[in-house]
Design a protein around this ligand. Structure first.
Ligand SMILES: [Zn+2]
Length: 418
C-alpha cells in the first residue's frame, strides 16, 4: 500500500497516474492546468498537497448533472467499461474491467480476520443498485470461501439458509445482525457464525458486547466510503482498523490547517486513486475524520491503524459546546422506539439565545410520546451537555443521509453566518 506520509515510490506511481488521468479526462486536464501542475514533472508530495485542489462530493454530483451521465471526470470510452455502480447522490460510478474494484483490499481485510478457504460466508449487505453486497461477495469468493448471497430483508429465510448451510462467517450491518439474532430466537434456531464482518454502520462498544455475547461471535469492524470503496478493517488485535489500501494514496490532514497529521493525531481523509480508473478521483475529500493510532500493531501488519471519529462537516458548536451527532446517536440509540434524527440549530432574530431542536424519528409508535420526549431531553442534557427541545416525527421524515455512521445531514444549521 501507499505509505503515510508518502515515500518516493508512492510519488512515482502518483506521477504516472496523474499523467494518465490528464491525457484521458478533460476535467482533470483543466484542473491540473489551472493549478499550475504538470503531472509528469510533479516534484514532491508537498507540491501535490499545496497545489492540487480537493474534490468534494457536491462538485462531483454537479459535474455529472451538467454532463450526464458520467460527467467530465470520465477517463475511458464506453467500450472499456465493465460495470456500472451507483452510490448515494446519486453518483454514477463506471468501472473498468481491469480495475480491482476494491476486492483486493477486501480480500486482505478478510484474511486479517483469520478467514480463508473452507469457510461459508453469509453476505447480508444490499446487492441492489449500490456496490457493497456484490463487492463483498466477490471478495469472499476471492478469499476461497463458499458465499451465500443473502442481501437485506427476508430475515426468516436468511436465518434458515445460514443455519442449513452452516455459515461460519457473517458480513453486513450490526443492526441487521441483531435482527437476524432475534429472528433466530423466535424460530428456535442457532446461528452457526464464528466471526463477523461489520460495516456501513457504527459498531458501538455496547452493541459489540451485546452481539458478541448473545451470538458467541467475534466481530471485526470495517469502514469504507461510497466513492472510494473499502478503506480499513480490524485485525485480531481489535485495536483500530488497518488501512488496507492497495491502490489509494491516503492523506490525513489537519481539519483547520490542512497540514499532514502524524501518529496520534486526528485528520481528515483525502484520497487519490492510483492506477487506471474509469472515473478517477484525485484528492477526493469525503470529509471523514480519523485518528491515526501511534506505534506498531501486535499482529505484525505494518499498515497504519485508524479510528473513525466522524464527519468533519457534522461537528457544530451549539450554545458554546462542540457537538458531534455521534454523541447524540449514542443517547438516541438507547431508545428502541427511535431511529435516525436531525439536530436543527437556530438563532431567531431578536432572540437572546440559540435554540437547538432534536427531531427524533420513531420506528414504531411510542407508548407515551410525551414521557419519551421528556426522558430523551433529560439524557441529552446530562451527557451531551446541551439542552435541546425534542420533537418526535416518523423516521421517514428524516433523510437517510442523516443516519449513522456518517451523519452527513444530521445537523441543520439555520443560524445566520456572521
Ligand atoms: Zn493488527
Amino acid at each position: 500500500m501507499a505509505s503515510w506520509p508518502p515515500v518516493a515510490a508512492d510519488l512515482a506511481r502518483l506521477r504516472e497516474t496523474l499523467a494518465w488521468v490528464a491525457r484521458r479526462s478533460s476535467y482533470w486536464a483543466r484542473r491540473f492546468e489551472s493549478a499550475g501542475v504538470d503531472p509528469a514533472r510533479l516534484a514532491s508530495y508537498e507540491e501535490f498537497r499545496t497545489r492540487v485542489p480537493r474534490l468534494d462530493k457536491a462538485e462531483l454530483v454537479a459535474n455529472q448533472r451538467a454532463h450526464p451521465p458520467f460527467g467530465e471526470l470520465l477517463a475511458a470510452p464506453r467500450e472499456e467499461i465493465a460495470s456500472l455502480h451507483t452510490s448515494p447522490g446519486p453518483i454514477y460510478v463506471p468501472r473498468l474491467a481491469e480495475e480491482r474494484g476494491g476486492t483486493a483490499v477486501l480480500a486482505a481485510a478478510i484474511r486479517a480476520m483469520g478467514v480463508g478457504r473452507g469457510e461459508v460466508a453469509h453476505v447480508t449487505l444490499s446487492y441492489h443498485v449500490m456496490p457493497g453486497g456484490l463487492r463483498l461477495h466477490r471478495a469472499f469468493e476471492e478469499a476461497g470461501c463458499l458465499v451465500i448471497n443473502g442481501g437485506t430483508g427476508a430475515s426468516r429465510l436468511q436465518v434458515q439458509v445460514a443455519h442449513d448451510y452452516g455459515a461460519t462467517v457473517w458480513a453486513g450491518t450490526p443492526s441487521f445482525l441483531a435482527n437476524l439474532r432475534d429472528t433466530a430466537r423466535e424460530m428456535g434456531l442457532r446461528l452457526p457464525y464464528r466471526v463477523g464482518f461489520s460495516t456501513a454502520e457504527a459498531l458501538t462498544p455496547a452493541l459489540r458486547r451485546d452481539l458478541e455475547t448473545s451470538l458467541g461471535i467475534e466481530l471485526f469492524d470495517h469502514c469504507g466510503e461510497a466513492q472510494i470503496g473499502p478503506l480499513a478493517g480490524e485485525c485480531r488485535m481489535h485495536d483500530g482498523m488497518h488501512l488496507h489500501t492497495a491502490d489509494l494514496l491516503c492523506e490525513l490532514l489537519d481539519v483547520e490547517t490542512g497540514e499532514p497529521v502524524g501518529p496520534g493525531g486526528t485528520g481528515e481523509l483525502v484520497a487519490t486513486q492510483l492506477g487506471p480508473h474509469a472515473l478517477p478521483l484525485v484528492r477526493y475529500a469525503p470529509r471523514d475524520v480519523f485518528r491515526l493510532l501511534p506505534g506498531a500493531c501486535a499482529c505484525g501488519d505494518p499498515a497504519p491503524r485508524l479510528v473513525f471519529v466522524g464527519q468533519a462537516g457534522a461537528i457544530r458548536k451549539i450554545k458554546g459546546v462542540l457537538v458531534h451527532p455521534a454523541q447524540v446517536h449514542a443517547v438516541v440509540s438507547g431508545f428502541p422506539e427511535l431511529g435516525r434524527f436531525q439536530i436543527v440549530v437556530d438563532h431567531p432574530p431578536g432572540a437572546r439565545y440559540e435554540r437547538a431542536l432534536l427531531r427524533a424519528g420513531t420506528v414504531r409508535p411510542p407508548a407515551d410520546a410525551a414521557a419519551l420526549a421528556r426522558e430523551l431531553g433529560a439524557r441529552l442534557k446530562a451527557t451531551v451537555l446541551v439542552g435541546m427541545d425534542v420533537e418526535l416525527v416518523p423516521e421517514s421524515a428524516i433523510p437517510e443521509a442523516a443516519g449513522a455512521p456518517r451523519f452527513a445531514e444530521a445537523m441543520v444549521d439555520r443560524r445566520a453566518k456572521a
